[in-house]
Design a protein around this ligand. Structure first.
Ligand code: IMP
Length: 180
């Protein structure tokens, strides 16, 4: 189905498993945020598929924003030095934020984002991540809504890339030869 001529790809988390978990996360968020003004902030590019699926399971009148982030690290390593390439379009003071990330690896990116967004005086900030690699944590950040913990492996698909490729895979896969 997906041809990746130079690499071997295996499925780590199937599309069905992801869909079931994302539905649960949406239901949890719906229960906890009833009556609040919620802004869901997707971190581009990696979160775009997760965000699209998640928000369709949040049964509340939420608004959506995106932040574009570029890491100064190389293709597979986070340097912790983050550049905002595209910012929120509206002020967020007094709003309840949910930051949606594809994966929390070292935690450096989300730590930077938390600091940055907190200075804009939201009523609250919570983090929702599809994946987390606990073994790799450098910064401990509270992940309020988490899809799956995974081992220290490089994964692609469902928004996640390797050298900008494989984001369109409908599952989370492992690419042989993609190292950390
Ligand atoms: P952190 O700052 O180390 O937590 O890294 C966060 C970012 O690194 C994620 O938003 C991804 O863009 C990227 N990343 C970390 N691990 C992986 C992976 O296994 N596959 C693809 N991208 C990853």
């Amino acid at each position: 189905m997906f041809e990746i001529p130079d690499k071997k790809l295996s499925i780590l988390i199937s599309a069905d498993k992801i869909a079931a978990r994302v539905k649960e996360l949406g239901a949890e968020i719906t229960r906890e945020y009833r009556g609040k003004e919620v802004v869901v902030v997707g971190v581009l590019k990696g979160s775009f598929i997760f965000m699209a699926d998640l928000v369709r399971h949040i049964e509340l009148p939420i608004t959506l924003e995106f932040m574009g982030i570029a890491s100064y690290g190389d293709e597979t390593k986070s340097s912790g030095v983050v550049r905002i390439t595209s910012d929120l379009t509206k002020p967020i003071d007094g709003k309840h934020l949910i930051i949606v990330e594809d994966i929390i690896d070292t935690g450096l990116t989300i730590d930077y984002l938390l600091d940055n967004l907190t200075t804009r005086h939201p009523a609250s900030v919570k983090i929702c991540a599809l994946l987390h690699k606990p073994e790799r944590a450098v910064k401990q950040v509270p992940i309020d809504y988490l899809g799956f913990n995974i081992a220290n492996q490089f994964v692609v698909g469902y928004g996640l890339d390797f050298a900008q490729k494989y984001r369109n895979l409908p599952f989370i896969g492992l690419v042989e030869g993609a190292s950390e």
